[in-house]
Design a protein around this ligand. Structure first.
Ligand code: SF4
Ligand code: SF4
Length: 277
């Protein structure tokens, strides 16, 4: 089994387009599992036109108050560093569950042992099939903030089945935050997808720094490449001692595939497939 991450410092660079197209290309001759780990905004199933089926719900622990025991001291609100508890002096605390990350500081701090645990549903893991590949994705519910539990739950499911595949492709969220790091862990190789803009250059440098820090070998994929355009990414890659491993052109045909929910088929995707084999 070879685990590969498709990532990028910036959103909207075509990371999911590359991940889905690569999965379909590799799926022609190998057993492939595509993992959509962008739990805030999963869209691989839309790009592939795959219907997802629920696999499991994701829950997070949250505190629960026994107001009979509460002595209205306000210490739980002081202990909560993200202001999930509002406790005016001499009044019962008010809990704002959307912000809560389940850290437990309020439970430990309460001198009256008035706080126990409950749980709330914060997301779901889905599975699906299509174009000869298996698919799994996580999704955080709207208005929930703690996405790392959904990523962890998704990874738990992947761990159970990954050894039965030739390739496991992790499509990560954009950026360099905790969810991205969690999705990158375990990958032997990463594809950093970027676009030829100053923002693309800036965010590519951030993701390259992260991948180097994590010790993950990576290749740069330049999306929306235009012949004769500015060599922003080429120059940036050169400064890091890298070359561009593949260039996906800016083309009407590719844009049409994208908008119709059909995986992109192009020579550049075939070249990326050869690169990761
Ligand atoms: S569990 Fe942590 S984040 Fe949630 S309310 Fe208590 S102190 Fe705040
Ligand atoms: S710390 Fe405990 S006793 Fe004090 S206000 Fe909070 S719940 Fe009530």
């Amino acid at each position: 089994m070879k685990q590969i991450a498709i990532t990028g410092g910036k959103g909207g660079t075509g990371k999911s387009t590359v991940a889905t197209a690569l999965a379909v290309e590799l799926g022609k001759s190998h057993k492939v599992l595509l993992v959509d780990a962008d739990v805030d905004c999963p869209n691989d199933h839309l790009l592939l036109g795959i219907e997802r089926k629920p696999l499991k719900k994701v829950f997070q622990r949250i505190p629960k108050w026994d107001f009979e025991k509460c002595i209205k001291c306000g210490k739980c609100a002081e202990a909560c560093k993200i202001n999930s508890i509002f406790a005016p002096k001499g009044k019962q605390p008010v809990f704002l569950p959307q912000q809560c990350n389940g850290c437990g500081a309020c439970v430990i701090t309460c001198p009256a042992k008035a706080i126990g645990w409950s749980e709330k549903e914060i997301g779901e893991v889905f599975k699906g099939k299509g174009y000869g590949i298996d698919f799994i994705s996580g999704e955080l519910k709207i208005n929930e903030a703690v996405s790392e539990f959904v990523v962890a739950s998704l990874k738990e499911e992947v761990e159970k089945i990954k050894e039965s595949y030739d390739f496991v492709l992790f499509d990560t969220a954009a950026g360099t935050h905790c969810d991205v790091i969690s999705a990158l862990e375990g990958s032997k190789m990463a594809l950093a997808v970027t676009e030829p803009t100053p923002l693309g250059e800036h965010d590519l440098e951030l993701i390259m720094k992260l991948l180097k820090k994590l010790g993950i070998k990576f290749e740069i994929i330049l999306n929306r490449f235009e012949k004769g355009g500015k060599k922003i990414i080429e120059n940036s890659a050169e400064r890091q001692g890298k070359t561009i491993a593949a260039k996906i052109p800016y083309s009407k045909k590719i844009m049409e595939s994208y908008s119709k929910g059909i995986p992109v088929s192009h020579e550049s995707i075939k070249a990326i497939a050869e690169l990761v084999k």
